[in-house]
Design a protein around this ligand. Structure first.
Ligand code: SAM
Length: 215
């Protein structure tokens, strides 16, 4: 048995107690080894339900947040999903495990390069790009789902435009400290339905349609 298997199972049980119901999300999180997406002394905390530092002032999100956002995306096999903020690659790995075709954008070169190497080592197939994800990825649009893993001052217009009708965008919106999670469903060319879940904390989304710079 792999060293962290029991801890990983206990984490999944915690997520169920906290209200995560989507079996496909729970199965993927049971299989993806979160300890491989962090390094150094943080490895021993990999199966605690907490965000962990990635270096460069960035974080790998709390497992509950990853599970909740993924559940809200309503992922199905072969769906085309855009992720903004590749970070450690953990969220993208879960989406890939669920059978999605994942396109992921990261703006920090060092994080991008490190995560590319990890994806290669682990055989994870995610299409990655270095750049500003607030403008989306026009070349592969429209997407069936878009997930933004950094906090934005507002919903970037470009991302809404690149969302397929019937698709969902999950994005934290608020100030630099706290955000509510917005789940936007595109109903038709002009209309969207939206719900808000308060009290999330993400690092800032920096870019043309995000915050202008890191403080
Ligand atoms: N999804 C990640 C994971 O599974 O580890 C967590 C990402 S971390 C909370 C947010 C990431 O978004 C950071 O790596 C940061 O550099 C990146 N980021 C911030 N603004 C961005 C932008 N405009 N485009 C792409 N990436 C951005």
């Amino acid at each position: 048995m792999e060293m962290y298997e029991i801890q990983r199972k206990e984490l999944i049980e915690q997520l169920v107690r906290k209200g995560i119901k989507d079996k496909n999300v729970l199965d993927a999180m049971l299989q993806i080894e979160r300890h491989k997406f962090v390094s150094g002394s943080t490895i021993m905390h990999a199966y605690e339900d907490v965000a962990l530092p990635l270096g460069y002032g960035q974080t790998i999100s709390q497992p509950y947040t990853v599970a909740y956002m993924t559940q809200e995306l309503k992922v199905k096999k072969d769906m085309k999903i855009l992720e903004v903020g590749t970070g450690s690659g953990y969220q993208a790995a879960i989406l890939e495990k669920m059978g999605a075709r994942v396109y992921s954008i990261e703006r920090n070169f060092d994080i991008y390069a490190k995560t590319q190497k990890l994806f290669d080592e682990l055989g994870i197939r995610v299409y990655c790009k270095l750049g500003d994800g607030t403008i989306g990825w026009e070349e592969f649009a429209p997407f069936n789902g878009i997930i933004v893993t950094a906090g934005s001052p507002s919903i970037p217009n470009a991302l809404l435009k690149q969302l397929e009708i019937g698709g969902r965008l999950v994005i934290p919106v608020g100030d630099r400290e706290t955000q509510s999670l917005k789940i936007v469903k595109r109903l038709n060319e002009k209309e969207c339905a939206q719900k808000n879940i308060p009290n999330f904390r993400f690092v800032p989304l920096i870019g043309r349609e995000g915050w202008s710079k890191e403080l």
